[in-house]
Design a protein around this ligand. Structure first.
Ligand SMILES: Cc1ncc(COP(=O)(O)O)c(C=O)c1O
Length: 406
């Protein structure tokens, strides 16, 4: 019997038709192929910090490994870590929450999955901004909910507003998910808008979910947590981005008291507990010398953004709203192409620069947008811009980009 063949009559669940792959994966695979052939590729695709784990976190993880005993922890995480996270809300935002409402999770991805699991009945809608982080709508779909994607543009800084939420509301809307700073646009939601959206959502007996995974990575005003406006919200955060721990797969959520036991029950069933070693590393994340290092890195991201933003505009990309956070620039490339997917392939093949096509972030004019991810050393960014300039100059002589794989 050939086990690699699916058995006749067995089909993947219907939901799988709605869960898209990351389109950029094919492009990354091609970039790796080119690198294997000896070409140097400037990679501005990946959405993760380009720094090693902070020394105190690394040392904490090493101590755990040397001890040699790694096991399950309570499903909501180690109490000292939950207390440290609660303390973080006090020092960073002046918000007081009990540690019992903090759940440590397997990345914020785990938190988002648990959130959708405890909130959604089949057919319930979750409103989200388009463009947005694609997995958020896929989490909704995977739990048999229905993503209600609202097109957003420069007029609202690519964010939902209370007006947009009211306009797109339906009787099946159970939750609204906001993400600030945003992936892919790097733009932020103002305190006033967050307040107004929260008030509206609560008045309609629905739930606000605030994806705050890029908090700490803002370069103008500090981001506001939805917890400033009430306890009746799901707040999602992560050790991946500001804390630079993507590979240790650790995140957290702050949940309304009424959902605490459901979250505990579902988290325990889905993944038993968050990873032990990562939680010990995370305990060192809040030490003053780690925070000082992370703040230094934030300054470097800001400098990278300040270099890349005017450079991309000078090349002819339109970036109508300043990305004040995360480490992404979402650029309109309609001056060069009507097919950003083909454009990204062409840029990779001919210029050796990898950027992400808009297609990965939703249905709202993706063919005219690309995302450029900038946590890279300055010389790498300079080389990327130089190559893009050369490529676009050639394109100017040849006409718009129609070629490539797409
Ligand atoms: C907006 C947003 N939310 C959630 C995640 C999930 O991250 P993690 O599971 O590493 O915490 C990401 C990852 O890029 C993201 O961009």
């Amino acid at each position: 019997m050939n086990l690699s063949q699916p058995r006749v009559g067995v089909h993947a669940a219907a939901r799988m038709a709605d869960i898209e792959p990351f389109h950029v994966m094919q492009l990354i695979a091609r970039a790796k192929e080119l690198e294997a052939q000896g070409r140097e590729i400037v990679n501005m695709v990946v959405g993760e910090p380009d720094f090693p784990l902070a020394p105190a976190m690394q040392a904490a993880a090493m101590r755990m490994l040397e001890r040699g005993r790694l096991g399950y922890t309570p499903s909501l995480g180690l109490m000292p870590l939950r207390e440290a996270i609660a303390g973080w809300y006090q020092t960073r935002y002046n918000v007081s929450i009990p540690a019992s409402r903090v759940a440590v999770t397997t990345g914020s991805s785990g938190a988002l999955l648990v959130t959708m699991g405890v909130l959604l009945d089949p057919g319930d809608q979750v409103m989200l901004a388009d463009p947005g982080y694609p997995c958020n709508r896929h989490f909704v779909r995977a739990l048999d909910g229905e993503p209600l994607c609202v097109p957003v543009g420069p007029a609202s800084a690519y964010q939902l507003t209370a007006e947009l939420v009211a306009k797109h509301w339906t009787p099946r809307t159970k939750a609204v998910l906001v993400c600030s700073p945003s992936n892919p646009t790097g733009t932020m939601i103002s305190a006033k808008q967050l307040h107004d959206i929260h008030a509206l959502v609560v008045s309609r007996h629905a739930m606000l979910i605030s994806d705050e995974i890029y908090h700490g990575l803002s370069y103008g005003e500090e981001a506001h947590t939805a917890l400033e406006f009430g306890d009746d919200v799901f707040v999602i955060n992560s050790f991946s981005k500001y804390f630079g721990m993507t590979g240790l797969r650790l995140g957290w959520m702050v949940v309304p008291e009424a959902f605490r036991l459901d979250v505990d029950k579902l988290a325990a069933n889905l993944y038993i507990s968050p990873p032990d070693i990562s939680q010990y590393a995370a305990l060192a994340a809040f030490e003053p010398e780690t925070i000082a290092l992370l703040e230094e890195r934030r300054g470097l991201y800001r400098a990278q953004r300040d270099f890349l933003l005017p450079a991309l505009k000078a090349l002819g990309f339109e970036i109508p709203v300043t990305p004040d956070g995360a480490f992404y620039i979402y650029a309109n490339c309609s001056r060069f192409t009507d097919d950003s997917y083909a454009f990204c392939w062409d840029v990779l093949e001919r210029a050796g620069v990898a950027i992400t096509p808009g297609l990965d972030f939703g249905d709202n004019d993706p063919r005219h947008h690309v995302r450029v991810s900038y946590p890279k050393p300055m010389p790498v960014l300079e080389e990327g811009v130089k190559r893009l300039r050369q490529y676009l100059n050639t394109l100017g002589k040849e006409g718009r980009s129609e070629g490539g794989k797409g």
